[in-house]
Design a binder for this molecule. Structure first.
Ligand SMILES: [Zn+2]
Ligand SMILES: [Zn+2]
Length: 821
């Protein structure tokens, strides 16, 4: 594949040579616009008045000139932009839909939704899945962290912003570029109240995600207000091809449009004026509108990516404003910090609301960075600002647009409290590290090591992070195990073999079936249909037999299921009788249904932010990884177990049904993806009525009662923000309980104490062992502790002796033997 930048360069001349074919020239000409070529950059552009350059600030040499001087007849508040836009477009036949979550669980290519079109990637764009409406408009909250350093400084950058999308997904013969362009021209004229004289349109090319097309960018007074992309082609191994469906991807910056129409001094004052008003009251910082109006047009000179010498850039800006550098900085530094806090906490609120958690990896890292930067600015300025309260203010100010932001505030408060504590602890550590580093040269490797082992970021050390530093940080960490214990390995030649019809979805109790052999490769048999569940979705395969020959392994290659047999002769076209081992199937179904139940119970006990980060169901036990911001206490674990068993006891019906992806999303919401992105056009929905709804392809019971019992064995924090819960269900849980009581009996006997005294005696034993064996002290070797423990004695004793339940008795025996008691 040719890189995006390259292919854009290749295609621009093609588009520009034939504008009638690629751009909405018909509408432009009708409306009186004329085509010109920019003298500076050579780009074709359209305007009413004769101009020599395209109006891009880089070509015209002008900065934002709309500040305090908006050419718009309509001054739109932030929320009014969406209100007016959606009302206008609904009248034009578009459907206004709700935003998708900012945490892009359905999209395997990104952590956070970064554009409105990302809501429809990959399946709608590929034509596999119908869009939720067509054409549509959407107020999508997006996140991008490339300009974090510029937030509050350039007065135009955001980490979080709403991209209003205008989208259409149609067959080439239904594609009407002139109509969709006219609709946007109407927005300029009737929505913003902009005169045609103040509009310039640029012909450009666009490429991304393997797709390619042309686009029309709309500028006014140096400000880009929207960009309408026409995705027409895809890059394949055999070159560029027409897309089966053509995709309209217009993105309009809601912040930009509000700011531009108001001509406010900064984007932040246009977007969240009420939050800023409250923060100014709290900090006593003055809102100097006049100064800001003068500053913002030059603020882009302070762009972190472009300015090579910041001190020099400040001097230039101060001179242009006719002010001293010191005087300017005195006002601008705290002002920038306050804007950044307000902006960052708005993004943080939405990510947290959508189930994201701060951590040291991937998307969680970015969230933590937003929170820590804000806390750093608060510290630096010694402000009495509570970051949670800033979230609350935003939830209120955005209520008409996103009412959902007010619903999970208490959960968000708890998460931020924990995060503040972690920040405090790291800060203390940082002081010591700075001391110890004095005089040493700190290179990138050292910075990586500090971040990875201590959680100390370059910013905390007062060092600017090297390029790509945080990308490298996340590479250091393994991604959460998205366990799909699929037997990878040899790929078999299955050309012309039809996909296998799975029989295990309907009825998990179906054990016997008849099928036709469609392919035999050595000891591997492929059937036209099968009841054998292949290892997938974190669930291990069934075993059983085909015509009396043991089936020892079952897996999938694409949609074809392969059975490995260890005896027998099979021929194509043979009709065979299959039988699965039901005891194993039942145990796996119990573990799988229990996984969904434990997940729901954890959500109930720990909060709505809990999401599944991975799972694996084996015969003897199952594990579920959940997102949570701290370790789970024993008490919480007990509660989760209790809630889970209550769900089991209630005997709740479990519905298993296939839906089209669209229908499923509409009916159940995006939480069906809590287990992660699920491929395919059709989704199987497991609905434990009133408890949990997930897209899942595993074998499930018909009623929660069939789980019999859930026993949680332990939990461990496997990664920042991810906790693993290990549990058993059904027969395995009963056996675990039996095994545990046998363990307890044995320990009582060995330590000569009551059940409650086991942890105390273990502690005593460990102390003795350390003194006698390790330090060679002469002490009386006797166990006399009468300390009683009220919780789970096995878990506690394991903690004391730093061992696992299955090794507990042996560990105690070993210590006693070494001590000779
Ligand atoms: Zn130009
Ligand atoms: Zn599942």
């Amino acid at each position: 594949m040719i890189p995006d930048k390259e292919i854009k360069k290749q295609y621009k001349p093609i588009f520009w040579k034939n504008p009638e074919k690629y751009y909405a020239t018909k509408v432009l000409i009708e409306e009186g616009f004329k085509r010109g070529i920019c003298k500076k950059c050579g780009k074709p552009f359209w305007s009413i008045i004769n101009k020599s350059t395209c109006g891009d600030p880089a070509c015209s040499g002008e900065g934002f000139s709309f500040i305090g001087n908006s050419p718009c007849k309509n001054k739109l508040s932030y929320i009014d932009v969406w209100k007016k836009f959606s009302e206008m477009f609904e009248k034009k036949g578009y459907t206004a839909i709700k935003r998708y979550p900012s945490v892009a669980r359905w999209n395997p290519t990104m952590d956070y939704t970064n554009a409105s079109i990302a809501a429809f990637q990959p399946y709608v764009i590929s034509g596999e899945v119908e869009p939720p409406a067509n054409p549509l408009v959407i107020p999508q909250f997006c996140l991008r962290f490339g300009d974090t350093d510029n937030v509050g400084v350039t007065m135009s950058h955001h980490t979080g912003f709403v991209m209003i999308g205008q989208h259409m997904f149609v067959a080439p013969e239904k594609w009407d570029q002139n109509k969709v362009f006219k609709d946007m021209l109407d927005w300029n004229i009737k929505g913003l109240g902009l005169k045609k004289e103040d509009m310039t349109f640029h012909e450009d090319a666009w490429a991304g995600g393997g797709n390619l097309g042309c686009c029309m960018e709309m500028f006014s007074l140096g400000c880009e207000l929207w960009n309408q992309v026409y995705m027409l082609y895809e890059q394949t191994n055999n070159g560029v091809k027409d897309l089966k469906i053509k995709v309209l991807d217009m993105g309009l910056g809601m912040e930009r449009n509000a700011w531009f129409s108001q001509g406010a001094p900064t984007t932040y004052d246009a977007v969240f004026p009420k939050v800023l008003e409250q923060l100014r009251k709290k900090t006593g910082l003055k809102y100097d509108e006049k100064l800001l109006r003068k500053y913002t047009p030059y603020a882009s000179l302070l762009n972190n990516d472009e300015a090579e010498d910041m001190d020099k850039a400040w001097k230039v800006v101060a001179k242009k404003m006719d002010m001293g550098v010191k005087e300017l900085k005195e006002y601008m530094m705290p002002t920038s910090n306050l804007y950044a806090i307000a902006e960052h906490m708005r993004s943080a609120l939405i990510i947290l609301n959508d189930g994201g958690l701060p951590s040291n990896v991937g998307g969680g890292y970015n969230l933590r960075m937003l929170i820590r930067r804000s806390l750093g600015f608060i510290d630096k300025n010694k402000w009495d600002i509570d970051i949670y309260e800033v979230c609350e203010m935003h939830a209120k100010e955005m209520k008409l647009l996103y009412p959902e932001l007010s619903e999970k505030l208490s959960d968000i408060k708890k998460i931020l409290e924990v995060e503040k504590k972690k920040y405090g602890a790291t800060k203390e550590k940082t002081f010591r590290i700075i001391e110890s580093l004095k005089g040493t040269k700190i290179n990138e490797d050292k910075l990586l090591e500090l971040y990875d082992s201590q959680g100390v970021s370059p910013e905390m050390l007062g060092i600017h992070a090297p390029e790509n530093f945080y990308a490298k940080v996340s590479e250091l960490h393994e991604k959460v195990e998205q366990v799909a214990a699929t037997e990878k390995g040899e790929e078999y030649d299955l050309k012309n073999v039809e996909e296998t019809k799975p029989l295990y979805f309907e009825d998990y109790k179906l054990t016997k079936f008849k099928a036709k052999v469609v392919k035999v490769i050595g000891n591997i048999v492929v059937l036209d249909q099968t009841a054998f569940y292949p290892t997938s979705g974190g669930q291990i395969h069934d075993i059983g037999n085909l015509d009396g020959n043991d089936v020892v392994q079952v897996w999938k290659q694409g949609k074809i299921i392969l059975h490995k047999v260890n005896s027998g002769e099979f021929k194509k076209e043979d009709v065979v009788h299959g039988e699965i081992n039901f005891e194993r199937r039942l145990q796996l179904a119990q573990h799988h249904t229990a996984t969904h139940i434990v997940n729901a119970a954890a959500k109930k006990v720990l909060g709505e932010h809990v999401n599944q980060a991975g799972a694996f169901k084996d015969i003897d036990k199952a594990r579920l990884d959940i997102t949570h911001y701290e370790a789970v206490t024993d008490e919480e674990l007990k509660k989760i177990e209790k809630v889970a068993n209550e769900i089991v006891q209630k005997g709740i019906k479990i519905e298993k049904k296939f839906y089209s992806r669209n229908e499923a999303e509409k009916k159940f919401g995006m939480t069906i993806y809590q287990g992660g992105a699920v491929p395919g056009k059709e989704l199987r929905i497991i609905d434990i009525k009133g408890v949990d709804i997930e897209a899942c392809g595993g074998t499930h019971l018909d009623n929660t009662k069939e789980v019999e019992k859930i026993k949680i064995l332990k939990s461990t924090k496997i990664q920042d923000g991810v906790v693993r819960i290990i549990f058993t269900a059904g027969k395995a849980a009963h056996e675990e309980s039996k095994g545990e009581s046998a363990n307890v009996e044995k320990l009582k006997e060995l330590l000569k104490c009551s059940k409650e005294e086991i942890p105390g005696r273990c502690e005593e034993l460990f102390g003795l062992w350390k003194n006698v064996i390790k330090k060679g002290k002469q002490v009386e070797k006797k166990l006399i502790s009468k300390n009683k423990f009220s919780g789970d004695v096995v878990i506690e004793a394991c903690k004391v002796l730093k061992t696992q339940p299955e090794h507990l008795v042996k560990t105690v025996e070993r210590f006693m033997k070494e001590l000779g008691i």
